[in-house]
Design a protein around this ligand. Structure first.
Ligand SMILES: [Zn+2]
Length: 435
């Protein structure tokens, strides 16, 4: 009981401190950007991002809500009364370019009570709409005064009291001679620290190949998971850096494989031309060379369908791959669209014939890596009937890195670090395919 009272006192104190901070910090400006207004007469306020989730309430037209996170066209929002739930973004106005939370979460927790209420807001006074059974895992999206906003494995979100949860972390050991610690899960993020080989690190979360951890100052940062081993393994003694090469374990999957890399366009065919003049053939060649380098470093044979700025017919490209005995064919392009607002990354495969399944798998793995690396909009994997993915008798994909017709995408496609990150991502996707 004494412990209980102390906890409540602490919660009250934290609450007071937060209130005082908000009052004096006056971050009304930042708040305003994250706010949208309901335009539908009645908008369902749901437990999760989809119409299959229970609607807890309906919001009136004109209601202002704070957007915490987005998933596709659904917004996770916070109401003025503290309740948290999901609305469809289509029925709102106001922009929310930056969202507060990542739905990837900051850590996983396990429920330690025999069962634990999930509530609509961060406090006992909010309605409990469900319970999590003991031993269940959930992802933490946010923390507030001892309450955790969690996402359950069914996709619904709600608040649980943190006292009855246990943070799940895993310990790994750094195997690279130095390993960059970054602000976010990708090589485009700022390096905030470096770990020496042999450093033991407690990992909160894994997202694709990136691992999230707490730094000593309590902030979180990311490392590239390929340069770690589970605690207890001896270091592999390899001498590479996350920003230099892509992968642990890649060698065992790529040894003996031949991979055809096809830099789109070339010579008299520049491909798409960007809003400030960047040519697709240049983006494709630069990226292809980087991918080839990373694949070779992992023991793969690589054949490039062109190695400079000259014209090669589509039929010739496919013949080069076939003659080399390539196992897969990866064509690299950049996109263009009449609407300059369109941005994002997509990967095509040909959905007919004996390679449809494998091509689709390769497309999905490469696309996932590219999007998680770049943070650009995930347009997804699609069937396409382009010659270079239709004609090969091996699994084939065509990646579109971004839109040259979009100012922001084109600017990224000019940056060497961006193309380098995408090349690493494509390499990881290929390794995963053979894994
Ligand atoms: Zn192209």
């Amino acid at each position: 009981m004494l412990k209980r009272n102390t906890t409540y006192l602490a919660v009250v104190l934290v609450f007071v401190c937060v209130f005082v901070f908000l009052f004096y910090a006056g971050d009304a400006e930042a708040k305003e950007e994250e706010t949208v207004t309901v335009t539908a007469e009645q908008l369902n306020f749901r437990l999760g991002p989809g119409t299959r989730y229970y609607a807890m309430d309906a919001l009136e037209s004109g209601t202002s809500v704070e957007v915490l996170a987005k998933q596709d066209s659904w917004f996770l929002v916070s109401l003025s009364d503290g309740r948290t739930g999901w609305i469809h973004g289509y029925y709102t106005t106001g922009s929310s370019p930056e969202t507060k939370l990542s739905l990837q979460g900051i850590a996983k927790v396990e429920i330690t009570a025999s069962s634990l209420n999930i509530r609509m807001g961060p406090g006992q006074e909010y309605t409990a709409f469900d319970q999590l059974q003991g031993g269940t895992e959930a992802t933490i999206l946010a923390e507030e005064n001892g309450w955790l906003l969690v996402k359950t494995r069914y996709g619904s979100t709600g608040w649980v009291y943190s006292e009855y949860t246990r943070t799940l972390s895993q310990e790994v050991t750094v195997t690279a001679s130095t390993l960059n610690v970054r602000r976010g899960p990708g090589t485009s993020y700022e390096v905030v620290e470096q770990f020496e080989q042999g450093t033991a690190v407690k990992v909160l979360q894994e997202s694709n190949d990136w691992m999230r951890l707490f730094l000593d100052d309590g902030s979180t940062a990311w490392i590239y998971g390929y340069y770690t081993s589970d605690a207890g393994d001896s270091g592999s003694g390899r001498d590479d850096d996350a920003s230099q090469a892509p992968s642990r374990g890649g060698r065992q999957y790529l040894q003996g494989r031949t991979i055809a890399i096809d830099p789109g366009h070339g010579g008299r065919d520049p491909g798409a031309v960007g809003v400030t003049g960047l040519q697709e053939k240049v983006v494709a060649m630069t990226t292809a060379n980087k991918v080839a380098g990373y694949l070779r470093a992992q023991g793969a044979e690589v054949v490039l369908t062109r190695s400079g700025d000259y014209f090669v017919s589509l039929a010739r490209r496919v013949n080069i791959a076939h003659n080399a005995g390539a196992d897969i064919f990866v064509s690299i392009h950049a996109n263009s669209h009449p609407n300059p607002g369109i941005s994002g990354t997509e990967t095509y495969y040909y959905n007919y014939g004996g390679n449809a399944y494998s091509s689709r798998k390769l497309a999905r793995l490469v696309q996932n890596q590219m999007v998680s690396e770049s943070g650009l909009r995930n347009i997804g994997v699609k069937h396409g009937s382009f010659y270079v993915i239709r004609a090969p008798w091996i699994p084939s994909v065509l990646v579109e890195l971004g839109f040259l017709s979009n100012w922001n995408d084109e600017n990224l496609l000019k940056q060497d670090w961006f193309l380098d990150g995408q090349a690493q991502a494509i390499t990881r996707g290929i390794i995963n395919y053979f894994n």
